[in-house]
Design a protein around this ligand. Sequence first.
Ligand code: 5GP
Length: 112
Amino acid sequence: MSTLFEKIIAREIPSDVVFEDDQCIVINDINPVAPIHVLIIPKKPIVKLADAEAGDQALLGHLMLVAGEVARQLGVAEGFRLIVNNGEGGGQTIFHLHLHLLAGRDFTEAQL
Ligand code: 5GP
């Protein structure tokens, strides 16, 4: 059974797309916890970060580079936070790897 993010990638479910290339899609989170809250999602359906393999190294690096690129595009390259929730115990609710990019509020006093 495909996850919500696979359906979003396939355009079976609408989303607000911020960036897309051959390897990933970046969408606005439907329930943002910061003024800017986007999800960087690989098109390859890796269940969670701990399931990534050596062959995914370039893809994982690409997601980080896209985070920086999207942050520049959104004007927040000087202040953003990246989060990966891994597994139920890590707060993951959609089991298709994704990075949360949060920005637009002060994170200097916030807890991790
Ligand atoms: P997780 O808890 O798995 O790390 O993050 C899943 C994220 O997906 C949550 O921040 C949640 O708000 C977001 N989300 C859940 N359903 C949808 C949806 O239908 N569309 C979008 N754009 N985001 C969603």
